[in-house]
Design a protein around this ligand. Sequence first.
Ligand code: UGA
Length: 449
Amino acid sequence: MGIAMIGTGYVGLVSAACFAEFGIDVVAVDKDQKKIEGLWDGKIPIYEPGLDDLVSRNVASGRLTFTTDLASAVADVDAVFIAVGTPSRRGDGHADLTFLFAAAEEIAKGLKKETVVVTKSTVPVGTGAKLKALFAQARPDLKIHVASNPEFLREGSAIEDFMRPDRVVVGVESEHARQVMEKIYRPLNLLKTPILVTEIETAELIKYATNSFLATKITFINEMADLCEKVGADVQTVARGLGLDGRIGPKFLHPGPGYGGSCFPKDTAALLRIAEEANVSMRIVESVVSVNDGRKRNMVRKITQACGGSVRGQTIGILGVAFKPNTDDVRDSPALVIVPALQAEGATVKIYDPEGMDMAKPDLPGVEWCNDAYEAIDGADAMVVLTEWNVFRGIDMDRAKSLLRRPLVIDLRNVYDTQDMANAGFRYISIGRNEVDGSMSNRDKDQAA
Ligand code: UGA
């Protein structure tokens, strides 16, 4: 069994390495000569735990190779996976399929035998049918089967998600394609992973439905958190109470500053465009998108209010710029909305993130980038947690208090225990939980009363 993977971005590189780990011969293709040379040298262009080992192990075994020569890579394989980017088109939210169709044209030219061409990139419903038409026109001499195999891996735990998925979704239109896809995923039979074989359109929609539903779940708990703050309830416990209901489940009920990343914002927007074109109103997803956009801005207000109504002239020490931990990805990260807004209101912003700073620098001018969390809060008027990296959980709070100009922590990821923070002498503001203030001495408290 041999496959070609077109695109060595996040999904392409992880999938290529994982398929090679399954024992399949994989050739990964990218136009970027430097990237391909780097991959041969073991240089992984993204930060993803475990990926460097997985790639080097499979390169060493000879199962994983890299090339810029698409035509020769696809000539003699059983399946070609397309994993090129499908970013949001500027202005209208449609998925931009320029790279996908360009790759398909090149694949059509290079194929030499009956092959299954599989989309792994997230593509609008109907793309499989368009590819089928493209191949029929470009190569009437050859049997080219189109299939859809959406990817559900999360950044930061991509390898585990690929190797132990909840399910694999495969959209096919022929028995041959079904057989090839089932053979590729055969190693997952050992784990009894359900393989859902569907029509192509259904597989394409399952991807958007999944991401939009997860975005809805997060947005629901975020709104619930706002209510908790007003009525004195604790959102963490509300989430636990909700999640223990087997019909709801505990995952993706963690409140925060709004979802970001390269997938949920893009895929919810694309689903709305797909629905619009099909003349179907999707008011729930529409609300999710607008509530989530508004939430990032509301977080600015939350920080400003905690700082006494204005941050002018104040220094804010921010921990985390990546859209989530264990990644260097900052695409649509809440930080990209919150930081410029704080700067516009007159604050000086210092930031530390274990992996995301290089990616964030071009988007966030004027920030003071720091070497660790303590440097970021040194002399700051407030410490603000934007990403829940594990290293932030273990911060020495006595040291933090001595570095901060006043003991104020605004935690938009609920990383710390409220009582611990009060005991440590902080005024601590988190999401959907009561504010605590351990910063006042007993005498101050008496006076305040
Ligand atoms: C998401 C999906 O989880 C994957 O299944 C999917 O394959 C991927 O998109 C994709 O389409 O490629 P990812 O964007 O890597 O994966 O990250 P998530 O862990 O889903 O987090 C997305 C955002 O939601 C982050 O900003 C995160 O902080 C936020 N989030 C997540 C919450 O605020 N609360 C939660 O409970 C979970």
